[in-house]
Write a protein that binds this ligand. Sequence first.
Ligand code: NOJ
Length: 512
Amino acid sequence: MAKWLDNAIFYEIYPQSFQDSNGDGIGDLQGIISRLDYIKELGCNALWINPCFASPFGDAGYDVADYYTIAPRYGTNEDARELFEQVHKRDMHILLDLVPGHTSVEHPWFRESMKAEPNEFTDRYVWTNSIWVEPEGMGSLRGISDRNGSCAVNFFSNQPSLNYGFYNIDKPWQQPMDAPGPLATLEALKDIMRFWLTMGCDGFRVDMAGSLVKNDPEGKGTIALWKKIRSFLEEEFPEAAMVSEWGEPDKSLQGGFHMDFLLHFGPSHYNDLFRCENPYFARDGKGDISQFVTKYLENYEKSEKKGLICIPSGNHDMGRMAKTLDPDEMKIAFAFLLSMPGAPFIYYGDEIGMRYLEDIVSVEGGYDRTGSRTPMQWGDGVNAGFSTASKEKLYIRQDESADRPTVKKQMEDENSLYWEIRKLITVRQSHQALQSKGEIQFVHAKEKTYPFAYMRSSDEEKILVVINPSNREESFAFDKKLGKAVYTLGGKVEFTDGIVKVPGCTVGFFEL
Ligand code: NOJ
């Protein structure tokens, strides 16, 4: 695993909405370059940018029409090369978003695959053998090709499934993983990775990584497929870093991913933290962290330290954290995020508490995700410094409320969420125990109780993290004396006679 992952803190950029450099109302790669110093100053040392390749943008770019070309609205391949260089110049790293499971209907591979005459791309996608036969449980594209078949779709119905084969075969049209079509798809994927890694990106966030092989209920085929990719990377790009959108670290890390995210769907109980009716990190203290912890530990043990379990503050697919937590609650949530193992991921704008816009119309397949994808709010200028375009020309409407948070306002206020996050990052980066590979032991994480406490440790140090998001004083038994506080927020944590007393809305990290 690349050494830089040991202390990586990622910043996710939705390129449409970060910074527009040419006044056309949509973000671009030069805009990102112009804000690298901001990201570095915040303390993040790695980036993930959502897909920025040529696309009809039916799903915000997760419908790729050409894997080898930057979408003109974001710039050129030369801009991408410059972005990689500028990132590296700052001692940072960058992951692109790889979408291996499907393409856009406009991809030339799909156009060829739709032809009645067999050709090189006939088996590049998952087709049934007759228009009257639909692939079960997958949804399909039908009646749009001369080819007599239905094509399975992977997500929206304009995203045909690429063919990596079936693990269990029960229909004549299903192909095994080692059939020529699936093998060619895999080679095409490697070529794409080769291209961008050679140009200088540091790896990939992989879209829907857990569902490439079909009829594969336990993921065995997909794990085997990713193992092959890992061997290819070990041989040609041993420094490349891979993070999966899978949400089941026991499987993804076994497949050779270095990192897996916890997601707002799937079995992780991630939503219990910040996004449910009673989030654990809300001040009213009605939440429950125990199921999250049980699941986390299960994954932590099963993954045998093969890679990192990463917890995001949010992403472009879920409601913003500010939808359910206020800025003070978010400070405590970030104290947790930035003291857990794995590489943390901060979604752009979460560091200033950007809000979720409720009443926004869907843009480019965003639907209710659109409210989390609005333009970054930098300062007081036109469009909060995001773009010089007229307001009407903005790609997505911006938060226009008078009290909207901006980077400028947050930087001017030393009690802001922004400054708390900077402080937390500095603390994390000066203690190895708090970084990606420091071990974790949960000390106090009972059902429906506060506070929450865990110990992080490396060869050199042990740190006890105590977090009480509720507004009540709470306590727990602990058999060691607390040492120096390396971080505190809120009230004063007290230790007497084997009991740790934690005032409401308080966090402390203590050396042991
Ligand atoms: C997950 C991505 O994060 C999401 O935005 C996209 O719509 C689907 N995968 C389909 O690619």
